[in-house]
Design a protein around this ligand. Structure first.
Ligand SMILES: Nc1nc2c(ncn2[C@@H]2O[C@H](COP(=O)(O)OP(=O)(O)O)[C@@H](O)[C@H]2O)c(=O)[nH]1
Ligand SMILES: [Mg+2]
Length: 239
């Protein structure tokens, strides 16, 4: 019986996905993986499908008609909830979110509802990225903390572990992010829900295989969306 599912959205990750899945599955028998691939032209889904046929802990969702990190993530998280696991880990496929940190994220579930891999607390850092990109991340973190009042240093981290009941309660199906702003939308919903969030230090290394899909437009959209979330998302009455 699976206790934890790692949800990995992918777009053109053929050079990473096989090693990543193996590294995750080798951590513990109770961990499985669900990959949500947007029918990547590089054949990522085919690689996962051939692995899936030999290993029941691997799940694959291939979306033919939809694209976007946000909607893919929502689909994968809802799928993970349906599987009845206790914990759901969300992570990128490119090894910036190294699987070796997953046990630390899960361990934090003893006391917290959400844990996240943090570049911004003592012991954590970001390497391999240029000054501009690190600067953008730091500015975004500051902007989000100011606007949302979230007591988290690395607000843009998409490497997280949730208790399944947290994700069940925050209204994932109503979320509006198509792209990467889903990371902040979920974080803010967890904050409004009053859930306890723990940061775990990670060394975030920029990808060495495959290419980032992030565009300048997506950064700008995320900033605008954050203001929108602040204005429109409300504290749940009770849970
Ligand atoms: N399913 C899906 N996954 C995506 C999409 N865009 C990015 N991803 C995945 O989301 C994760 C983060 O994307 P990445 O390009 O590394 O963003 P960056 O780390 O911010 O540069 C990776 O696992 C990507 O493969 C998309 O449109 N659909
Ligand atoms: Mg990346």
């Amino acid at each position: 019986m699976l206790k934890t599912l790692a949800m990995v959205p992918t777009y053109n990750e053929k050079d990473n996905i096989q090693d990543l899945i193996n590294d995750i599955l080798n951590l513990d028998e109770s961990i499985g993986v669900v990959v949500v691939d947007d029918d990547s032209p590089d054949g990522t889904s085919d690689i996962v499908e051939s692995m899936r046929q030999k290993e029941p802990r691997i799940h694959l969702i291939t979306r033919k008609d939809e694209k976007g990190r946000g909607t893919a993530g929502i689909k994968g998280l809802l799928y993970a909830i349906e599987q009845g696991v206790e914990y759901i880990v969300e992570m990128d496929a490119d090894y910036s979110h190294h699987p070796k940190y997953i046990p630390d994220l899960i361990e934090a579930m003893q006391e917290f509802d959400v844990s996240l891999g943090s570049r911004a607390i003592e012991g954590g850092k970001e390497t391999g990225r240029n000054f501009l990109r690190i600067g953008i991340t730091q500015f975004a973190g500051w902007f989000i903390r100011m606007l949302m009042g979230v007591d988290v240093k690395d607000c843009t981290s998409g490497f997280r572990c949730f208790k399944a009941e947290v994700l069940q309660s925050i209204g994932l199906e109503k979320m509006v992010s198509v792209g990467p702003s889903i990371v902040e939308e979920i974080l803010y919903a967890c904050h409004l829900g009053g859930f306890k969030i723990k940061e775990i230090p990670i060394i975030f290394e920029d990808r060495t295989r495959g290419e980032s899909t992030k565009t300048l437009g997506q950064y700008i959209e995320t900033m605008v969306r954050i203001a929108q979330f602040r204005l429109t998302m409300k504290k749940p009455k009770k849970r």
